[in-house]
Ligand binder design. Structure first.
Ligand code: PMP
Length: 283
């Protein structure tokens, strides 16, 4: 059984309980971060903390959290659970008070919890084989830049994709690809890599930020631009980025193969470069 973290305490997973009045249960009023762990160390932790601060600020959470304390309990969780490779999931909710649409209470303490999950990240199956994605409408709200736990649509969409034999769904608005259910979308054409500009309609990925530099190191130009389904279909390569998938090739969209229908050479090189940098800078 895992040891998890809840509001300052480490507990066996079946003893960690939150109130039914927690705003995260009643209104999905909470934010989260997922940090990947390789060789027992945290990848890109500082940037995850910056984004956490931003998400909390955008929702008007009253207090911010101390990053050193968060780092400390992340490390403790890794140790307590002997985690070599996988993730630490962190969630911060606005807190607990009687159900009310108006956020009228003052001095609310956030609920903070975290747990580990083992996962093969560096040598994942999907990175070797590539993934197939299906397009769906993006039915999310228009503040996807905030990393909230309102994940019902991405979860339903990914489940639908699985049922149809795909690995993930890419969400579309007005003819443009926004992002994957839990990852950023990219395409490659000659020596250019395209990924959508950051605004309120997508999450600005921490992995994406790091990958930009890796792409430049490999002599590619990164262009922030919306792209359409036909542009994906005719791309040389496509891939996704996220904390848990790093850089993972996309080999098919709907019924159409991308490039040769196999992981592309650039994507493979980019993944290797990212892993090298990520491990070097892990803490
Ligand atoms: N977009 C969405 C919608 C996501 O949920 C995620 C995963 N958190 C990402 C992009 C990728 O972000 P990151 O690289 O920070 O994991």
């Amino acid at each position: 059984m895992r040891e998890v973290y809840l509001n300052g305490q480490f507990l066996p997973e079946d003893q960690a309980k939150v109130s039914i009045f927690d705003r995260s249960l009643l209104f999905a009023d909470s934010v989260y971060e997922v940090t990947s762990i390789v060789e027992g160390k945290l990848i890109d932790f500082k940037n995850h903390m910056k984004r956490l601060d931003r998400s909390m600020k955008e929702l008007g959470f009253e207090k911010s959290l101390n990053h050193d304390e968060i780092l400390n309990f992340h490390r403790q969780l890794i140790k307590l659970n002997n985690l070599n490779e996988g993730i630490v999931y962190l969630q911060v909710t606005r807190g607990v008070f009687d159900r009310d649409f108006t956020i009228s209470q003052k001095n609310i303490s956030p609920t903070v919890f975290a747990f580990t999950q083992e996962k093969k990240i560096v040598e994942s199956e999907s990175s070797k084989k590539g993934i197939k994605v299906m397009t769906v409408d993006d039915l999310r709200w228009k503040r996807c830049d905030i990393k909230t736990t309102q994940l019902l649509w991405p979860s339903l969409a990914k489940t639908e994709a699985f049922k149809k034999g795909f690995d993930d769904a890419w969400m579309m608005r007005e003819g443009y690809i926004m992002e994957g259910t839990s990852n950023n979308a990219w395409i490659v054409r000659s020596k250019n890599v395209f990924t959508r500009q950051s605004d309120q309609l997508i999450l600005s990925g921490i992995t994406r930020e790091a990958v930009l530099n890796c792409a430049k190191n490999l002599g590619y130009e990164v262009i922030f631009k919306n792209f359409t389904l036909p542009e994906v279909e005719s791309a040389a390569e496509a891939f996704i980025t996220s904390a848990t998938s790093f850089v993972t090739p996309v080999i098919q969209i709907n019924e159409k193969k991308i490039g040769e229908g196999e992981p592309g050479e650039f994507t493979k090189a980019l993944r290797a470069e990212y892993i090298k940098q990520a491990i070097k800078s892990s803490i």
